[in-house]
Ligand binder design. Sequence first.
Ligand code: UN1
Length: 500
Amino acid sequence: MNIQEIFSALNLTDNDISGGTLDVFAPRDGAKIASVTMDTAAGVDAKIAKSTEAFKAWRMVPGPRRGELVRLLGEILRDKKEALGSLVSLECGKIYQEGLGEVQEMIDICDFAVGLSRQLYGLTIASERPLHKMREYWQPIGPVGIISAFNFPVAVWAWNSALALVCGDSVIWKPSEKTPLTGIACHKLLQDAIARFGEDAPDGLSQLLIGERDIGEIMVDDKRVPVISATGSCAMGRIVGPKVAARFGRSILELGGNNALIVAPSADLDLAFQGILFGAVGTCGQRCTSTRRVFVHDSVYDQIVPRLKKAYEGLSIGDPLDPKTLVGPLIDQQSYENMEAALKLAASRGGEIVGGGRALADQYPNAYYVNPAIVEMTGADDNVQEETFAPILYIFKYSDLTDAIARQNDVPQGLSSAIFTRDVLEAETFTCEAGSDCGIANVNIGTSGAEIGGAFGGEKETGGGRESGSDSWKAYMRRMTSTLNYSTELPLAQGIKFGS
Ligand code: UN1
């Protein structure tokens, strides 16, 4: 599909893509593909007011009926998968296959949310008083604010919106200023679903905020938005978290990772090789779950590391829309500079570097293709604390599993982790109380590419939030405990006698 075909399939009109002041560049060649209109502070205020009104009506629509709206969205996404996948690839630079995968992730969460719409289960609890019942209800909570990052410009919105909508909440979305077009496109697809759904979907159920950080901050500070779900860097979370807490709001934070993978002596090295390669260079190292560090046991180091280095030399780097490409560009110049700075630092600490540096600069002077880098850290530092959002893989040696797990855990972030082993004792140790301290701990698969059915998120500076599957939906609702007395007495709890 060419750009015009993509835009027209997604119903992006001239009005959507031109005349504004926020320029959008395609990472594949640096060409400007749109200038979109940004929201103003007054506009944001009005949108939050609309969302608040929409919430009041939407919460009264029965859950299974709310599920029907998300079912329609899933149906539309199936229909638009190629077009939206292409736009994702065009606007954020990930390869087309991964663009399609991202849209599939949206479809999957829609399916999950439709089922959930009939399963927003509460509890009945035994009361200590005679002829009393205790119940726990889950109620809609209010407008949910979503802040998403450039690297998963559509899936993260879908995880949050699909759940919030079936939970009875309205949604307000501030996509990354680097990827507003996919934001506009998804918002329109949801508007289509709302139009098909019929009258009981209130006007203004979904709101889109286009702009830079200041626009997001207005929402973050606004008491009318009880839940803020923010995905991005730890630096962003350090600002958002305290702001939301200061007004007693709830935040769901999904922040940086510094994900490690352990290759144990008994590992299936073919699997480990594939898992590391996809985790480290897939999405050009720009997933929060990308593999950043590998701890390889001494005994297998020489069987896997030279193979990885060789594979790095033969990677097909290029246009993300070309089906042969495995590694697309970085999002922008700043990312490239961050990668260079991290490699310089690693070299100064004694790391041995293979790869790195710009690629295809002659062909694409305004795009930032890079050669993914491997940094062997033997004889250098025994760990790396910072996340660099680029394809840099630090490789360390270990001899004792307890030490490898300790080093894996000894970083500020706690998102994803993995071990490759065929030894059941090692596998179980990795996922035990004293094992990985991350929100995700995989065995014999890599650190990235989680399915939507599980809760997604991590500990420590990753922010502690959980999105997507399992019971993550509870964060999008308020819990109500209700005790009901069907006796003719008023006994007090704890046996207290008050008065006669
Ligand atoms: C992200 O990078 O913010 O597990 C999300 C994965 C994807 C989601 C990544 N399903 O890699």
